[in-house]
Design a protein around this ligand. Sequence first.
Ligand code: BDP
Length: 694
Amino acid sequence: MQARNESGYELWLRYRPLDDAERLAQYRAAINSVVVLGTSATAAIIKNELVRAMPALLDVDVPFVDNPIGNTLIVGTVDELKTIGVSISPDDSRNIGDEGCVIASAEGAKQSLISNLQSLRDAPQSPISNLQCLITANAAPAVLTGVFHLLRLLQTHQDIRALDIVSVPKIRHRILAHWDNLDGTIERGYAGRSLWNWDELPAKIAARYHDYARACASIGINGACLTNVNASIKGLTAEYLEKTAALADGFRPYGVRVFLSPQFTAPVRIGGLSTSDPRDPNVAAWWKDKVDEIYRLIPDFGGFQVKANSEGQPGPQDNGANHDDGANMLADALAPHGGFLLWRAFVYDTNIDADRANCANKEFVPLDGKFRSNVLVQAKNGPIDFQPREPFHPLFGAMPRTPLALELQITQEYLGQSKHLVYLGGMWKEVLDSDTYAQGVGSTVAKIVSAPMNSCIVGVANTGTDRNWCGHHFSQANWYAFGRLAWDYELSAEAIADEWIRMTWSNESRVVDMLKPMMLGSWEACVNYMMPLGLHHLMKEHHHYGPDPGFNGAPRPDWNNVYYHRADMNGIGFDRTHTGSINVGMYHRPLCEEFDNIATCPEKFLLWFHHVPWHHRLYSGRTLWQELQHRYDEGITFVEEMQNAWQRLQSKIDGERFEHVRQRLTHQLENAREWRDVCIEYFGQFQNSATESH
Ligand code: BDP
């Protein structure tokens, strides 16, 4: 029987009855009833979630009771648990901090903080003698995290008999950055309009705001920057702050704090001052008042994310001050309230260096150690701009005295937008796992980002008002993967895909076994059919969809595609070696030598670092020109395979979602072929002339 149609609105929180009899029996035996302790708004959310999930998953009535009866799942904060006689030693509860959680079953709790669980349960007069499974944390939102964790285990059919889980996030701030404009449009948004309906706020609180925060909470996201980095001046007016506060009130019980992207010239444009110079005491005082005003409305406001002196945005350099002056002035206003500042390092003034990939390091490395402790300098994963593949940004490892936030792009601006199926888990893992060698072997980007001083990861959101949230059903996987990796970057892209498939599509092995390789290969395929071997920035101007390698009409050299690939009769690629732009010198040894030498440079970055002759032989034995053609073809073949695999799954997928994805795969294939045809024809001109002139 064909499954009933689904819109995708439920994301990975669909809670369909288990179709695995053995697991069902285990879960029903383990959880006969549920006790949710506490009276907070979050406790109410926890109860709702479990009321929704448990009977649906177990296909049986699961009573919610005040006192444990039968085998009971007990859920509550460490303090709430005390009311029923379970206590956790203060030392232990400190280990899980504000956000960590514990999930333990009576049989499982050996290592965890509640190792006394079994004995408590065995004591005949113990109030928790019926306890079977317990979820706890210091704060209510962290208990909610634990609840979603347990539900994930059930949704993916895991054995829950002997649970002993202590889950603590490895990165403290895990933020979705919405590039949403106040007029409802979204910069680089491909899934409809902004979720925030500013016109209706603060009076009308749409149910969807709660669904959004719930989805974030389910994957451990604890912050949302609501407004575009290309900031609107209105965002800081009293009128809009009230609207922001209404959203913050809605998100708070889910453990999601709000952030804003302010415009640096606000003191002049809405404050009536004559300058925005951060060194001017009146400017600092204006910001302090503004920040105080924000905290009066939003006591747990997270802070600001600032794009300054970048792509036309104003900043401290307009007044002859520098990034640290601007950042520190804002950070000082936020500090008394516990807020922090994300100051973006996405700057590329090519007067500073003719190679855009060198610019951020040249501006920011000299400022290392000059920022306040509540500033994080935020760098994109690579030094150019969210291209299909980039080496990690050399700022990671170059500013040991400054906490660095990592910015990833969930919305697929350069990776087929919401038309292509491209799972980004592998791409983000490649960056997180990259060894910078900053302090010897093992100084990975992930370690640098999760440094104890302060840590933050930011993902540019792909959500919008489309019924399925993300445009493409498979783009939901990227939202999901961002949250899961932000919580624990040691998870593999495969494990995350596995979970997501089981929760979003089906636990049936045929479905999992077909979708997983599809997702895992999709990023490399996209790199191949768009920009293989380290090529980058070949897309069409403005909207960035589709190929235009010959583009050379922009007002700045580094907005032209020919600037990046530099194809000529001799070869192709950007020479960033020690005889070129010396970008390799920004990486620590042994990477700088490895990248510098054409024989050792990883082929995935070959044309990123080298201008390579067309006849150069690659590992495959093919010449560069042959390899380029081969890669484009390989990318296309993979999309054809995805199309075939999807077709074979038709009977396993509901009609609505099947058709949606089918149509997009057709489009993806057409677009992939266009990429190959246009790029091969264009680069072929040089190759042909090279051959003729030999
Ligand atoms: C680029 C986008 C542009 C953003 C910019 C940024 O094309 O829309 O404003 O990044 O990150 O990728 O500031």
